[in-house]
Design a protein around this ligand. Structure first.
Ligand SMILES: [Zn+2]
Length: 145
């Protein structure tokens, strides 16, 4: 990821991601993550990781934030801040990278930790060649009947 840089997060999103971090439900891993994103129309949504005794059912903070955004009817975000107490800062997992890519491949991702360490870049830089279901082989365009 040579293109990933270290630009500072939006202060409001950083505070939101920290607040979400405090709400994380991570009794099994004890690895808490908070996320906050800003939509193209300026709304802010939050997410925290939520684990489950059935481990595979756990949900990442980034996914939670995107679910909140999509449920509110928003379909595009410009920046997501991911906060953790990991060094280096926790980066979105592969599944989350694809989920972020679905909505906003050009959005900025800023991963931050409690020391102020930052790793950032565009979603498409975190997930080069992300999957898109735009057209089937038979020419049928997705989203049409
Ligand atoms: Zn994830």
């Amino acid at each position: 990821m040579s293109k990933v840089s270290c630009s500072l997060p939006d202060p409001q999103l950083l505070e939101g991601a920290k607040a979400a971090f405090k709400q994380a439900y991570a009794p099994y891993s004890r690895f808490r993550v908070g996320a906050a994103l800003r939509t193209s129309d300026g709304r802010v949504f939050f997410g925290a990781n939520v684990e489950n005794a059935s481990y595979g059912l756990g949900r990442c903070a980034e996914q939670s934030a995107v679910q909140a955004m999509a449920t509110a009817g928003a379909r595009e975000f410009t920046e997501i801040v991911v906060y953790s107490e990991a060094t280096p800062p926790a980066s979105p997992c592969g599944a989350c990278r694809q989920i972020l890519f679905e909505f906003s491949p050009e959005a900025r991702v800023v991963c931050v930790n409690q020391h102020g360490d930052v790793v950032s870049g565009r979603v498409a830089e975190f997930l080069p060649h992300g999957f898109r279901l735009e057209q089937r082989d038979d020419g049928h365009e997705v989203g049409t009947l």
